[in-house]
Ligand binder design. Structure first.
Ligand code: NCD
Length: 362
Protein backbone atom coordinates (compact mmCIF):
# COMPACT_ATOMS: atom_id res chain seq x y z
CA UNK A 1 0.00 0.00 0.00
CA UNK A 2 2.49 2.65 -1.19
CA UNK A 3 1.56 6.18 -0.20
CA UNK A 4 -0.21 8.58 -2.59
CA UNK A 5 -0.56 12.35 -2.39
CA UNK A 6 -3.89 13.86 -1.38
CA UNK A 7 -3.23 16.93 -3.52
CA UNK A 8 -3.14 14.81 -6.64
CA UNK A 9 -6.72 13.68 -6.51
CA UNK A 10 -9.96 15.62 -6.90
CA UNK A 11 -12.50 15.63 -4.08
CA UNK A 12 -15.02 14.04 -6.43
CA UNK A 13 -12.77 11.09 -7.22
CA UNK A 14 -11.72 10.78 -3.59
CA UNK A 15 -15.26 10.54 -2.17
CA UNK A 16 -16.13 7.72 -4.55
CA UNK A 17 -13.42 5.50 -3.06
CA UNK A 18 -13.82 2.88 -0.35
CA UNK A 19 -11.95 3.35 2.94
CA UNK A 20 -9.41 0.79 1.76
CA UNK A 21 -8.79 2.63 -1.49
CA UNK A 22 -8.39 5.92 0.39
CA UNK A 23 -5.90 4.49 2.90
CA UNK A 24 -2.69 4.96 0.83
CA UNK A 25 -3.43 8.70 0.80
CA UNK A 26 -3.12 8.80 4.60
CA UNK A 27 0.26 7.09 4.77
CA UNK A 28 3.90 8.02 4.53
CA UNK A 29 7.29 6.22 4.64
CA UNK A 30 6.53 4.18 1.53
CA UNK A 31 3.17 3.18 2.91
CA UNK A 32 4.55 1.85 6.18
CA UNK A 33 3.47 4.62 8.59
CA UNK A 34 0.52 6.90 9.23
CA UNK A 35 0.75 10.59 8.36
CA UNK A 36 -2.98 11.09 9.01
CA UNK A 37 -4.96 8.63 11.16
CA UNK A 38 -8.44 8.66 9.64
CA UNK A 39 -9.79 5.17 9.01
CA UNK A 40 -9.16 1.74 10.53
CA UNK A 41 -8.47 0.35 7.05
CA UNK A 42 -5.16 2.20 6.82
CA UNK A 43 -3.55 0.11 9.59
CA UNK A 44 -1.83 -3.06 8.41
CA UNK A 45 -0.84 -5.82 10.80
CA UNK A 46 2.85 -4.73 10.93
CA UNK A 47 1.72 -1.14 11.64
CA UNK A 48 -0.50 -2.37 14.47
CA UNK A 49 2.32 -4.40 15.96
CA UNK A 50 4.70 -1.49 15.75
CA UNK A 51 2.26 0.89 17.43
CA UNK A 52 1.52 -1.59 20.22
CA UNK A 53 5.20 -2.12 20.95
CA UNK A 54 5.84 1.64 20.85
CA UNK A 55 2.93 2.13 23.29
CA UNK A 56 4.59 -0.36 25.66
CA UNK A 57 7.92 1.48 25.39
CA UNK A 58 6.20 4.79 26.16
CA UNK A 59 4.31 3.25 29.08
CA UNK A 60 7.49 1.86 30.62
CA UNK A 61 9.63 4.92 29.92
CA UNK A 62 6.98 7.12 31.60
CA UNK A 63 7.48 5.28 34.91
CA UNK A 64 10.46 7.47 35.87
CA UNK A 65 10.90 11.24 36.10
CA UNK A 66 13.83 11.05 33.68
CA UNK A 67 11.71 9.03 31.27
CA UNK A 68 8.83 11.51 31.48
CA UNK A 69 11.19 14.36 30.82
CA UNK A 70 12.69 12.51 27.83
CA UNK A 71 9.20 11.93 26.38
CA UNK A 72 8.12 15.52 27.02
CA UNK A 73 11.11 16.87 25.18
CA UNK A 74 10.16 14.95 21.99
CA UNK A 75 7.56 17.40 20.72
CA UNK A 76 7.92 20.53 22.90
CA UNK A 77 8.34 22.58 19.72
CA UNK A 78 4.98 21.49 18.28
CA UNK A 79 1.36 22.39 18.98
CA UNK A 80 -1.85 20.40 18.67
CA UNK A 81 -5.44 21.55 18.21
CA UNK A 82 -8.20 19.49 19.76
CA UNK A 83 -11.40 20.24 17.83
CA UNK A 84 -14.27 18.32 19.40
CA UNK A 85 -17.64 19.18 17.87
CA UNK A 86 -19.38 16.28 19.65
CA UNK A 87 -19.67 15.46 23.36
CA UNK A 88 -16.59 13.78 24.78
CA UNK A 89 -14.70 13.63 28.02
CA UNK A 90 -12.86 10.31 27.83
CA UNK A 91 -11.42 10.60 24.34
CA UNK A 92 -10.79 14.31 24.75
CA UNK A 93 -8.86 13.84 28.01
CA UNK A 94 -7.10 10.80 26.64
CA UNK A 95 -5.73 12.83 23.72
CA UNK A 96 -4.99 15.77 26.00
CA UNK A 97 -2.97 13.45 28.29
CA UNK A 98 -1.25 11.83 25.32
CA UNK A 99 -0.22 15.27 24.03
CA UNK A 100 1.13 16.19 27.48
CA UNK A 101 3.04 12.90 27.66
CA UNK A 102 4.93 13.74 24.46
CA UNK A 103 5.29 17.44 25.26
CA UNK A 104 2.80 18.85 22.73
CA UNK A 105 1.07 22.08 23.72
CA UNK A 106 -2.70 21.82 23.20
CA UNK A 107 -5.28 24.36 22.10
CA UNK A 108 -8.92 23.38 22.03
CA UNK A 109 -12.34 24.10 20.63
CA UNK A 110 -14.96 21.96 22.32
CA UNK A 111 -18.07 23.76 21.35
CA UNK A 112 -18.44 25.17 17.86
CA UNK A 113 -20.98 27.71 19.19
CA UNK A 114 -18.00 29.59 20.68
CA UNK A 115 -16.22 29.84 17.31
CA UNK A 116 -16.95 32.01 14.29
CA UNK A 117 -19.15 29.23 12.96
CA UNK A 118 -21.98 31.15 14.70
CA UNK A 119 -21.17 34.13 12.44
CA UNK A 120 -21.85 31.91 9.47
CA UNK A 121 -18.31 30.68 8.83
CA UNK A 122 -18.17 27.18 7.36
CA UNK A 123 -16.55 24.52 9.58
CA UNK A 124 -14.06 24.00 6.74
CA UNK A 125 -12.92 27.66 6.93
CA UNK A 126 -12.79 27.49 10.72
CA UNK A 127 -10.44 24.53 10.62
CA UNK A 128 -8.41 26.05 7.80
CA UNK A 129 -7.82 28.96 10.17
CA UNK A 130 -6.77 26.64 13.01
CA UNK A 131 -4.26 24.95 10.75
CA UNK A 132 -2.30 28.21 10.67
CA UNK A 133 -1.67 27.94 14.42
CA UNK A 134 -1.06 24.26 14.86
CA UNK A 135 1.01 21.27 13.74
CA UNK A 136 -1.59 18.56 14.36
CA UNK A 137 -5.40 18.55 14.42
CA UNK A 138 -7.24 15.95 16.46
CA UNK A 139 -10.93 16.08 15.66
CA UNK A 140 -14.27 14.59 16.58
CA UNK A 141 -17.23 15.47 14.42
CA UNK A 142 -20.83 14.26 14.00
CA UNK A 143 -20.50 14.10 10.21
CA UNK A 144 -19.08 10.86 8.84
CA UNK A 145 -16.01 11.51 6.67
CA UNK A 146 -15.52 15.08 7.96
CA UNK A 147 -11.95 14.46 9.13
CA UNK A 148 -11.10 13.05 5.67
CA UNK A 149 -12.61 16.13 4.07
CA UNK A 150 -10.37 18.36 6.20
CA UNK A 151 -7.26 16.31 5.40
CA UNK A 152 -8.03 16.65 1.68
CA UNK A 153 -8.87 20.34 1.99
CA UNK A 154 -5.69 21.28 3.85
CA UNK A 155 -3.55 19.31 1.41
CA UNK A 156 -5.11 21.15 -1.49
CA UNK A 157 -5.90 24.65 -0.28
CA UNK A 158 -4.46 25.21 3.16
CA UNK A 159 -1.51 24.48 5.39
CA UNK A 160 -1.27 20.70 5.44
CA UNK A 161 -0.98 19.25 8.94
CA UNK A 162 -1.64 15.68 10.10
CA UNK A 163 -5.26 14.98 11.10
CA UNK A 164 -6.30 12.37 13.65
CA UNK A 165 -9.91 11.22 13.58
CA UNK A 166 -11.13 11.01 17.19
CA UNK A 167 -14.59 9.74 16.16
CA UNK A 168 -16.58 10.61 13.06
CA UNK A 169 -20.36 10.21 12.86
CA UNK A 170 -21.55 6.63 12.89
CA UNK A 171 -18.72 5.36 10.72
CA UNK A 172 -15.24 5.35 12.27
CA UNK A 173 -13.34 5.64 15.53
CA UNK A 174 -9.90 4.38 14.53
CA UNK A 175 -7.97 5.35 17.66
CA UNK A 176 -10.53 3.64 19.92
CA UNK A 177 -9.96 0.54 17.79
CA UNK A 178 -6.19 0.91 18.27
CA UNK A 179 -6.56 1.01 22.05
CA UNK A 180 -8.89 -1.98 21.89
CA UNK A 181 -6.30 -3.92 19.91
CA UNK A 182 -3.60 -2.91 22.38
CA UNK A 183 -5.80 -4.09 25.27
CA UNK A 184 -6.56 -7.40 23.55
CA UNK A 185 -2.89 -7.90 22.77
CA UNK A 186 -1.89 -7.28 26.37
CA UNK A 187 -4.72 -9.47 27.70
CA UNK A 188 -3.80 -12.42 25.46
CA UNK A 189 -0.03 -11.96 25.79
CA UNK A 190 0.39 -15.33 27.53
CA UNK A 191 -2.17 -17.26 25.54
CA UNK A 192 -0.90 -16.81 22.01
CA UNK A 193 -1.98 -13.25 21.20
CA UNK A 194 -5.02 -12.22 19.18
CA UNK A 195 -4.62 -14.80 16.39
CA UNK A 196 -7.26 -17.51 16.54
CA UNK A 197 -9.38 -15.76 19.18
CA UNK A 198 -13.16 -15.39 19.19
CA UNK A 199 -14.58 -11.92 19.84
CA UNK A 200 -18.25 -11.06 20.38
CA UNK A 201 -19.62 -7.56 19.76
CA UNK A 202 -22.81 -6.84 21.65
CA UNK A 203 -25.35 -3.99 21.68
CA UNK A 204 -25.92 -1.26 19.10
CA UNK A 205 -23.76 -2.54 16.27
CA UNK A 206 -25.60 -0.57 13.63
CA UNK A 207 -24.62 2.87 14.89
CA UNK A 208 -21.63 2.13 17.10
CA UNK A 209 -18.53 3.40 15.28
CA UNK A 210 -16.10 1.67 17.65
CA UNK A 211 -17.31 -1.77 16.57
CA UNK A 212 -17.08 -0.90 12.90
CA UNK A 213 -13.44 0.18 13.24
CA UNK A 214 -12.41 -2.66 15.54
CA UNK A 215 -14.02 -5.38 13.38
CA UNK A 216 -11.80 -4.23 10.55
CA UNK A 217 -8.61 -4.23 12.65
CA UNK A 218 -9.38 -7.74 13.93
CA UNK A 219 -9.59 -8.90 10.32
CA UNK A 220 -5.81 -8.39 10.16
CA UNK A 221 -5.30 -11.31 12.57
CA UNK A 222 -5.36 -14.90 11.40
CA UNK A 223 -8.02 -17.38 12.43
CA UNK A 224 -10.17 -14.93 14.38
CA UNK A 225 -13.92 -15.44 14.56
CA UNK A 226 -16.29 -12.54 15.19
CA UNK A 227 -19.80 -12.75 16.65
CA UNK A 228 -22.26 -9.88 16.14
CA UNK A 229 -24.87 -10.16 18.86
CA UNK A 230 -27.73 -7.64 18.74
CA UNK A 231 -31.47 -7.25 18.26
CA UNK A 232 -32.23 -7.40 14.50
CA UNK A 233 -32.93 -3.62 14.34
CA UNK A 234 -29.46 -2.81 15.68
CA UNK A 235 -27.41 -5.42 13.85
CA UNK A 236 -24.11 -4.71 12.12
CA UNK A 237 -24.46 -3.24 8.64
CA UNK A 238 -23.87 -5.21 5.47
CA UNK A 239 -20.82 -3.16 4.42
CA UNK A 240 -18.78 -4.51 7.36
CA UNK A 241 -19.89 -8.08 6.69
CA UNK A 242 -18.95 -7.67 3.01
CA UNK A 243 -15.47 -6.48 4.04
CA UNK A 244 -15.10 -9.48 6.35
CA UNK A 245 -16.23 -11.82 3.56
CA UNK A 246 -13.66 -10.33 1.28
CA UNK A 247 -10.94 -10.69 3.92
CA UNK A 248 -11.98 -14.32 4.53
CA UNK A 249 -12.83 -13.70 8.20
CA UNK A 250 -15.37 -16.04 9.73
CA UNK A 251 -18.26 -14.55 11.67
CA UNK A 252 -21.70 -15.28 13.06
CA UNK A 253 -24.64 -12.88 13.27
CA UNK A 254 -26.71 -13.80 16.31
CA UNK A 255 -29.29 -12.62 18.82
CA UNK A 256 -28.61 -15.38 21.32
CA UNK A 257 -26.24 -13.71 23.78
CA UNK A 258 -26.39 -16.52 26.34
CA UNK A 259 -25.25 -19.09 23.80
CA UNK A 260 -22.31 -16.98 22.62
CA UNK A 261 -20.85 -16.06 26.06
CA UNK A 262 -19.15 -19.40 26.91
CA UNK A 263 -17.71 -19.71 23.39
CA UNK A 264 -15.68 -16.51 23.15
CA UNK A 265 -12.38 -15.05 24.39
CA UNK A 266 -13.56 -11.44 24.43
CA UNK A 267 -16.92 -9.76 24.81
CA UNK A 268 -17.11 -6.18 23.54
CA UNK A 269 -20.18 -4.51 25.04
CA UNK A 270 -21.61 -1.26 23.67
CA UNK A 271 -24.37 1.14 24.70
CA UNK A 272 -27.44 1.99 22.62
CA UNK A 273 -26.46 5.01 20.53
CA UNK A 274 -29.82 6.74 20.91
CA UNK A 275 -28.45 10.18 20.08
CA UNK A 276 -28.97 9.05 16.47
CA UNK A 277 -32.64 8.09 16.99
CA UNK A 278 -35.04 9.79 14.61
CA UNK A 279 -38.31 8.95 16.32
CA UNK A 280 -37.13 7.54 19.68
CA UNK A 281 -37.06 4.22 17.86
CA UNK A 282 -34.64 2.56 20.25
CA UNK A 283 -37.05 3.00 23.17
CA UNK A 284 -39.26 0.43 21.42
CA UNK A 285 -36.51 -2.20 21.24
CA UNK A 286 -36.03 -4.59 24.15
CA UNK A 287 -32.29 -4.69 24.72
CA UNK A 288 -32.31 -6.20 28.22
CA UNK A 289 -31.31 -9.66 26.97
CA UNK A 290 -28.10 -8.06 25.71
CA UNK A 291 -27.00 -6.94 29.19
CA UNK A 292 -23.99 -8.62 30.77
CA UNK A 293 -25.15 -9.62 34.24
CA UNK A 294 -23.07 -10.95 37.13
CA UNK A 295 -24.45 -14.50 36.59
CA UNK A 296 -22.77 -14.63 33.20
CA UNK A 297 -19.37 -14.50 34.90
CA UNK A 298 -19.86 -18.18 35.80
CA UNK A 299 -20.09 -19.29 32.18
CA UNK A 300 -17.46 -16.97 30.74
CA UNK A 301 -14.09 -18.60 29.98
CA UNK A 302 -11.49 -18.20 32.75
CA UNK A 303 -9.08 -16.26 30.53
CA UNK A 304 -11.67 -14.25 28.59
CA UNK A 305 -12.04 -10.46 28.84
CA UNK A 306 -15.03 -8.12 28.99
CA UNK A 307 -14.52 -4.81 27.19
CA UNK A 308 -16.50 -1.60 26.67
CA UNK A 309 -15.49 1.64 24.92
CA UNK A 310 -17.49 3.55 27.61
CA UNK A 311 -19.60 5.42 28.56
CA UNK A 312 -21.63 2.54 29.98
CA UNK A 313 -25.26 2.54 30.93
CA UNK A 314 -26.97 -0.61 32.15
CA UNK A 315 -25.45 -3.04 29.66
CA UNK A 316 -22.81 -4.17 32.16
CA UNK A 317 -23.87 -4.71 35.75
CA UNK A 318 -21.55 -2.71 38.06
CA UNK A 319 -21.12 -5.90 40.10
CA UNK A 320 -19.03 -7.20 37.16
CA UNK A 321 -16.45 -4.43 37.60
CA UNK A 322 -14.40 -6.19 40.28
CA UNK A 323 -13.98 -9.37 38.26
CA UNK A 324 -10.40 -9.53 36.90
CA UNK A 325 -11.80 -10.27 33.44
CA UNK A 326 -13.44 -6.84 33.26
CA UNK A 327 -10.83 -4.74 31.47
CA UNK A 328 -12.75 -1.61 30.49
CA UNK A 329 -10.88 0.67 32.90
CA UNK A 330 -7.61 -0.73 31.61
CA UNK A 331 -8.77 0.12 28.08
CA UNK A 332 -9.01 3.77 29.16
CA UNK A 333 -5.42 3.83 30.40
CA UNK A 334 -4.16 1.92 27.34
CA UNK A 335 -5.80 4.61 25.20
CA UNK A 336 -3.43 7.21 26.54
CA UNK A 337 -0.37 5.08 25.71
CA UNK A 338 -1.39 4.06 22.22
CA UNK A 339 -2.42 7.63 21.36
CA UNK A 340 0.96 8.88 22.60
CA UNK A 341 2.59 6.22 20.42
CA UNK A 342 0.53 7.23 17.39
CA UNK A 343 1.45 10.90 17.77
CA UNK A 344 5.15 10.10 18.25
CA UNK A 345 5.07 7.90 15.19
CA UNK A 346 3.30 10.54 13.06
CA UNK A 347 6.08 12.99 13.92
CA UNK A 348 8.80 10.40 13.23
CA UNK A 349 9.99 10.16 16.87
CA UNK A 350 9.52 6.39 17.16
CA UNK A 351 13.14 5.47 16.43
CA UNK A 352 14.48 7.79 19.13
CA UNK A 353 11.98 6.38 21.67
CA UNK A 354 13.02 2.81 20.88
CA UNK A 355 16.71 3.74 21.25
CA UNK A 356 16.03 5.40 24.62
CA UNK A 357 14.11 2.33 25.77
CA UNK A 358 16.92 -0.02 24.81
CA UNK A 359 19.53 2.16 26.49
CA UNK A 360 17.71 3.13 29.69
CA UNK A 361 14.85 0.77 30.44
CA UNK A 362 15.36 -2.73 29.10
C1 NCD B 1 -17.53 5.88 22.04
C2 NCD B 1 -17.83 6.87 20.93
O1 NCD B 1 -17.76 8.07 21.14
O2 NCD B 1 -18.09 6.39 19.84
N1 NCD B 1 -16.98 6.49 23.17
C3 NCD B 1 -15.60 6.65 23.22
O3 NCD B 1 -15.01 7.33 22.41
N2 NCD B 1 -14.95 5.96 24.16
C4 NCD B 1 -18.65 4.99 22.37
C5 NCD B 1 -19.95 5.57 22.81
O4 NCD B 1 -20.13 6.79 22.86
O5 NCD B 1 -20.84 4.77 23.11
Amino acid sequence: MKEKALNQISWDQFTKMSAEEKSPYFLTGNGTKSYHALVAQQFSRPMLEELCSLATYVRRIAKTREGCSFLQSRLFDKRAMLYFAQPSTRTYLSFDSACQTVGLDCMNVRDSSTSSEVKGESPEDTIRTFSSYTDLIIMRHPAGGFAERIAWLLSNTGRPVPIINAGSGKDQHPTQALLDIYTLERSFENIGGIDGKKVAFVGDLKRGRTVRSLAWLLAQYSGVKLYFVAPPELQIKKDILAQLDEAGVSYEVSHDFEKVIPEVNAIYMTRIQDEWDIDNESTRIDTTQFYFTKEYLNVLKKDAVIMHPLPRRKEIDVAVDCDPRAVYWRQVRNGMWIRSALILSIFGCDRRVRDYYEEHVQ
